[in-house]
Design a protein around this ligand. Structure first.
Ligand code: GAP
Length: 514
């Protein structure tokens, strides 16, 4: 399905709505509907349980969104959490300079891909893509253009050289997609933090920031948590919570939002052991993504060329969204930068006494950080498919189905009486519903023909439908329909719950990731 279809499906089936839609919406802010909130909660549960419940040495916290403003000075966000911004003077549209240059590279990459696909068709099974890319003259030239543009962009970003970024945009003859002109302002840095004001303190002193990452709430609670949970290094602190960034370019639905949710874990280690743990979390997090059925071909690592101000190694786990491979999760070796800076600015010791080494030190940190909304978008865009299936008469028909992993599906089972105005069927169905609701997320639906109800459940990804018919009243059996195979089996009513839980229970999934 293309991206537009995914976005409209999300709205039509109660997953995601534009925020404040009745007032024409608020850019880059979204609300989650009845199915969306269930999916999001399941994603969070999967993350939380695999991190906290499955690890004796990881504990959770829930820190406040507002924090002392000095925290953002110490963390470097006041001085360095910037994006390079440029305006087109004719359209008055604002862009991120780096994204304009990346867009230029994406266009060339699309041309390369076209050539590769053409050659693949021509040469069939004998085609070797790597060799073709390395030997075809036109592709080599195009790849060189990409490498040169991105290389120069990365250098300009690393040197904080805004003039060089502007020159590059001009040299590459990048035009504004709206006005079509190349009439650009200078490139300047724009801080992404939202600020607000404390009620009882006027001016700069009362200035507060909405947190742009949840991680700092973990750092400043490091000693509280270590002491009260009696953890020994290495140990981790996990948190799920809202973060806010005043993104310049609000695009791509819930991929880049101004208010979003992060699932972050800071893992505190001995200095010098950080690369071992960096590798451990790199592997572990990839396993987590693949365990829910995201194929390896849709995931890849991307090492950062431009390290953030706090990192000595960093990579992204990228997912192939409908608009290309993009960052889904970040894994960062943050050294002792954050704890060290907070120690310095607050004047309080943030050190750990290591009984094995008999010494105090500021621990090093390896962080895993994933956006819950991005994970949601990855799940929706990968699992929403349109396919041909046989209908009741065996003829081919089209269905739209969300093939979520059963543990993540918003509704695990739908209970459907074959007809709605039969007292016996309705009562038997409601009895089953009343039993299942204690076990899992279940929906009762009696409206419309049974085929349409199946399609409705397919569209939101319900793994099982239980249909109650006249035979149920005679022999206490029901039909259990499975979403993906479309198999229908007849089972006794008292086995429904066990059968549904066998496949939808998150425990099975968790066993795959530990
Ligand atoms: N504490 C580290 C940190 O915040 P980041 O790479 O800036 O690192 C981590 O963000 C993750 O948060 C990203 O991989 C992405 O999934 C998510 N994220 C970042 N900005 C976002 C935005 N504007 N909208 C939605 N998700 C975002």
């Amino acid at each position: 399905m293309d991206f537009k279809q995914i976005v409209s499906h999300c709205k039509e089936y109660g997953f995601v709505y534009q925020s404040s839609e009745v007032y024409d919406g608020l850019a880059a802010v979204y609300d989650y509907g009845p199915n969306g909130v269930l999916l999001k909660n399941n994603i969070k549960e999967y993350w939380w349980k695999s991190m906290v419940q499955m690890h004796q040495n990881i504990v959770g916290i829930d820190s406040a969104i507002f924090m002392h403003p000095k925290i953002w000075k110490a963390s470097g966000h006041v001085d360095a959490f910037n994006d390079p911004l440029v305006d087109n003077k004719d359209s008055n549209k604002r862009y991120r300079a780096d994204q304009l240059i990346e867009g230029y590279a994406d266009k060339i990459e699309a041309k390369i891909k076209k050539d590769v696909e053409k050659a693949r068709k021509k040469f069939g099974d004998a085609f070797d893509e790597k060799q073709f890319r390395e030997t075809n003259g036109r592709i080599i030239d195009r790849q060189a253009k990409i490498d040169d543009a991105l290389g120069r962009m990365n250098k300009a970003l690393a040197d904080d050289n805004m003039e060089a970024l502007k020159s590059l945009i001009e040299e590459l003859e990048i035009a504004c997609p709206v006005s079509g002109t190349k009439n650009w302002t200078d490139v300047r840095q724009f801080n992404l933090m939202f600020s607000t004001q404390l009620g009882n303190i006027a001016g700069e002193d009362g200035k507060l920031y909405l947190r742009p990452e949840t991680a700092q709430g973990i750092f400043v609670n490091f000693l509280n948590v270590q002491k009260t949970s009696r953890q020994k290094i290495p140990f981790g602190i996990a948190q799920i919570g809202k973060a806010f960034r005043n993104e310049i370019v609000a695009r791509q639905f819930i991929f880049r939002m101004r208010e979003f949710e992060q699932m972050e874990m800071q893992f505190f280690v001995r200095p010098g052991e950080e690369m071992k743990w960096y590798q451990y979390w790199k592997d572990t997090r990839m396993k987590w993504h693949q365990a829910i059925g995201t194929p390896a071909s849709k995931l890849r690592y991307h090492d950062h060329e431009n390290l953030a101000h706090y990192a000595n190694a960093a990579l992204d786990i990228e997912f192939e969204f409908p608009f290309g491979f993009k960052e889904l999760e970040g894994i960062h070796s943050r050294t002792d930068f954050d704890l060290g800076s907070h120690q310095e600015l607050s004047g309080r010791k943030l050190q750990y006494f290591d009984p094995e080494l008999n010494e105090n030190y500021v621990p090093y940190v390896v962080e895993t950080s994933i956006g819950c909304d991005r994970m949601f978008l990855a799940q929706v865009s990968h699992n929403l498919v349109q396919e041909e299936v046989p209908d009741a008469e065996g003829k081919s028909s089209t269905r739209v189905v969300m093939k979520f992993h059963p543990s993540l599906a918003p509704i695990k089972c739908a209970v459907l009486p074959l007809v709605k105005n039969h007292e016996g069927l309705v009562k038997a169905s409601k009895d089953i519903f009343d039993e299942l609701k204690f076990e899992t997320s279940v929906q009762y639906d009696e409206k419309d023909a049974i085929g349409r109800r199946y399609r409705r459940q397919d569209a939101v990804g319900t793994p099982y439908c239980v249909t109650i018919d006249h035979q149920t009243l005679e022999d206490q059996t029901v039909t259990l329909r499975e979403r993906d195979s479309l198999n229908q089996i007849r089972i006794p009513v008292d086995q429904v719950s066990a059968e549904v839980l066998k496949k939808t229970n998150m425990n099975n999934l968790l066993k795959e990731v530990v």
